[in-house]
Design a protein around this ligand. Structure first.
Ligand code: CTP
Length: 424
């Protein structure tokens, strides 16, 4: 009901005085133009949760674009229009920005060219959103400043730490909301209601219709924001893991692999990080790996998977005796392949761990490979230039990795003992 709660105090506490002043000015203009204006979405949610958030979204019951243009003029700011979304951002000279959106019935926009532009009232706008905690508005008009509009009991759900989907078709309309839900659960220590979980179960077939680009960009946000082990468990519990990551395996082994990655090898690059995380669920099985190859979006990571498949097969099928032995197969492999393979082997049985630590040694040594002999040195030593040089250098690399060669004199010793005799 209108007027039951007011968040003026929270606004004064969490918004900077400058931002608050701009919001108030927008409210004054709305009164002058005789339109209603509300703060909405994430900002209201976070104010109610007593958390900072400076992303101000304002919904106008009317034409937000013309409102924003007038407002920018009034405060001598700039306006940036996003015509197709009926949204405009106004930025003050001090760099404070506010997004203005026209209230609408369709959350998902039709192409701008369509003539049926439906303005709706705030209630209809709120009713198209994902969860009750995101469907709360607060008036910014001077008369009712801070008054909360809570048609869907979002405030009560927030108090009960309950994540409640707004309507039956919410996940069918947009299955990535399941992933948003998992993020909100983690971020606020909330829990989905039983009804919400049941509606997820009903929306499984819609997940299949999402593009892999969409799935991956949303999953990436989940893994960045939450503990990936926790979110994999949650995805698994909700029964949606095989829909978002087809053919993946979530079991003791893959969990250990992911954990090993997170604790010992985690990288900062978001794309690579995402790759390591999902690859952990595919890496132990050839068939899964080839499925992963079809899912991946970048050429670089598809190459890694191809290399992993070869590496995995070959190193388990013959007895690798030394780190240098990997060089024949892996000299052209990218670092990610070697790191991922180490992670995979280190969580296996004793024999796999043995292979894993040799591979790790190989990787470290390969990175810091110090060559003790140049072509010039070989020439001076009376070895005639030719294709033999390439062979010598490569074999020397292997010997250096295995620490059989550690300076120039041991290098020449090795060349004479092992390389020249063979080639004659
Ligand atoms: N929204 C939705 N369904 C989506 C994405 C967004 O209903 N798939 C709605 C929600 O009501 C949300 C609003 O659009 O409050 C804005 O979404 P977003 O920009 O993602 O912001 P936040 O909800 O604030 O999320 P975050 O805090 O992670 O930015």
């Amino acid at each position: 009901k209108e007027g039951t709660k007011n968040i003026r105090k929270e606004m004064e506490k969490w918004l900077t005085p400058e931002t608050l002043a701009v919001v108030k000015k927008a409210g004054e203009l709305a009164t002058k133009k005789n339109v209603k204006a509300y703060m909405i979405g994430g900002i209201v949610r976070d104010l109610l949760l007593n958390r900072p958030n400076e992303d101000i979204d304002v919904v106008i019951e009317g034409d937000a674009i013309s409102f924003a243009i007038d407002f920018a003029k009034q405060i001598d700011g700039t306006v940036h229009q996003h015509e197709s979304f009926r949204t405009a951002t106004v930025e003050t000279k001090e760099g404070i920005s506010i997004d203005f959106t026209t209230s609408r019935t369709e959350y998902y926009e039709k192409p701008a060219a369509l003539p049926t532009v439906l303005y709706s009232n705030i209630k209809e706008d709120l009713s198209r959103r994902d969860f009750t905690l995101n469907a709360i508005a607060a008036s910014i008009l001077p008369d009712t400043f801070g008054d909360v509009l809570d048609y869907f009991h979002g405030v009560e759900d927030i108090e009960n730490k309950r994540l409640q989907v707004l309507h039956n078709l919410s996940f069918i309309e947009d299955p990535t909301r399941i992933l948003r839900g998992i993020r909100f659960e983690a971020r606020y220590s909330f829990r989905m209601s039983q009804e919400t979980e049941a509606l997820i179960e009903n929306s499984l077939s819609s997940i299949a219709s999402l593009s892999k680009e969409r799935i991956q960009s949303e999953l990436k946000i989940v893994f960045q924001e939450t503990d990936p082990i926790w979110s994999m468990n949650r995805l698994n519990e909700l029964g949606v893991l095989p829909y978002f990551l087809p053919h993946s395996a979530w079991n003791e082994r893959t969990r250990a692999t992911l954990q090993y990655y997170l604790e010992k090898e985690r990288v900062t690059d978001a794309e690579d990080d995402f790759f390591y995380i999902i690859c952990s669920l595919y890496v132990h099985d050839d068939k899964r790996l080839s499925q992963l190859k079809n899912i991946l979006l970048t050429k670089k990571h598809r190459r890694v998977v191809q290399e992993l498949m070869t590496l995995y097969k070959n190193s388990t099928s013959f007895h690798v005796k030394s780190a240098g032995a990997f060089h024949d197969m892996c000299h052209s492999y990218v670092d990610i392949t070697l790191i991922m393979a180490v992670i995979a082997f280190m969580t296996g049985d004793k024999e796999q761990q043995r292979i894993g630590s040799l591979l790790r040694q190989y990787h470290i040594k390969r990175k810091n490979l110090q060559r003790f002999v140049t072509g010039e040195d070989l020439k001076k030593a009376g070895i005639p230039p030719g294709p033999l040089y390439k062979h010598i250098f490569f074999e020397l690399e292997k010997a250096i990795i295995d620490e059989k060669v550690y300076d120039q004199s041991s290098a020449f010793h090795y060349i004479h003992e092992h390389l020249l005799q063979n080639s004659k």
